[in-house]
Design a protein around this ligand. Structure first.
Ligand SMILES: Cc1ncc(COP(=O)(O)O)c(C=O)c1O
Length: 343
């Protein structure tokens, strides 16, 4: 059988040849002593690209968000986040389990941003009975809302609201470069109102491992200690950072191609009887749609060499990424049509 068309996630991307070569040639040192020149270069470049003073290389997006929450909040401080966000759904409750940080959720709007009135209502008064609200976590692009890209103005409005109440903002920007491209906004401008930002190298940017947490220098110094506490301080990890540098240099602009493929896929799906999708809600590389029996549908797709994931209810998620071609999208549409005809 041919190699499957793997649309389960952009995390399935394999490192490019340039990444593998950079990994082979990387200059290395012990990063716990701050002596790995390749890690230092990656952290400096990430901070510069995001317009922050400093950045920290972490194992994963999950660790980046956890370390951010541990650094913003003490035990018993509360964090507000959307009820569809990745940190609440998929990060094993780490903030509460490991940090003693209770999570208060507010409904996520269609575009991935909770309503300002809901955020404001969730911020606790200064009352002896209440846990102090310390942090607001936002997500852009928003995975479970369909890869929606939140624009600079609504994002700033939410951050300004939090700041007016003395609440800090952490952005889960796992796919922040997708958001910046979709919104036609320089990434530094898009993230500027947030206090701290995490983004992933290991998704659409194609690096094998790693994420960056960026913020003020004193915050990153404290975050470095928390990363050590959760076992995330590594040694000659420049071997991984080298691939990350290539990702930042060579893989950001090409994300636009993934968005074009997602548009092609979404519009093609909309024309297939039995598929329910609103293509105008597809902003980036994530395509979510509904079919009557998603599990049986996904099995039929898999038998024909197309992989996707079940996304709850009647929903299926397909994600475009590096390595997926226009021809793959066209073949996927033929397979979807056949799979639904066979149902
Ligand atoms: C929005 C978002 N945040 C965080 C993460 C966590 O990243 P990781 O899988 O590297 O832990 C993901 C992973 O898919 C994600 O989609």
């Amino acid at each position: 059988m041919n190699t499957p068309i793997d649309l389960r996630s952009d995390t399935v991307t394999l490192p490019t040849r340039a990444m593998r070569e950079a990994m082979y040639h990387a200059e290395l040192g012990d990063d716990v002593y701050g002596e790995d020149p390749t890690v230092n270069a990656l952290e400096a470049q990430a901070a510069a690209m995001l317009g922050h003073e400093a950045a920290l290389f972490v194992v994963s997006g999950t660790m980046g968000n956890l370390v951010a929450i541990l650094t913003h909040c003490g035990r018993g401080d509360e964090a507000i986040m959307g009820d569809e966000c990745h940190t609440f759904h998929y990060e094993v409750g780490g903030a509460a389990a490991l940090g003693g940080v209770p999570i208060r959720t507010v409904p996520n709007g269609h575009d991935g941003l909770p309503a300002l009135a809901d955020i404001e209502a969730a911020i606790r008064p200064d009352d002896i009975h209440d846990p102090p609200t310390r942090l607001l976590c936002l997500e852009n692009t928003h995975n479970r809302c369909g890869g929606t890209a939140i624009g600079p103005e609504p994002f700033r409005a939410a951050c300004d609201l939090a700041h007016r109440h003395g609440v800090a903002v952490h952005l889960d920007g796992a796919r922040i470069f997708n958001a910046a491209i979709a919104r036609g906004c320089p990434v530094r401008e898009l993230v500027a109102p947030a206090d701290t930002v995490m983004f992933c190298l290991s998704k659409g940017l194609g690096a094998p491992v790693g994420s960056l947490l960026a913020g003020p220098a004193d915050f990153i110094t404290r975050a470095r200690k928390n990363r050590k506490m959760v076992g995330g301080a590594m040694r000659q990890v420049g071997v991984l950072a080298a691939a990350g540098l290539v990702a930042l240099d060579q893989m950001v602009d090409r994300l636009a191609e993934d968005h074009e493929h997602a548009q092609l896929l979404a519009h093609g799906l909309a024309a297939i009887p039995g598929v329910h999708i609103d293509p105008s809600r597809v902003h980036t590389n994530i395509v979510i749609f509904e079919v009557t029996d998603p599990l049986a549908f996904l099995q039929r797709l898999q038998a024909e060499g197309v992989l996707g994931v079940y996304f709850g209810g009647q929903m299926v998620r397909l994600v475009t990424h590096y390595g997926i071609t226009r021809a793959d999208i066209e073949a996927t549409l033929v397979t979807v049509r056949q799979a639904l005809r066979a149902a």
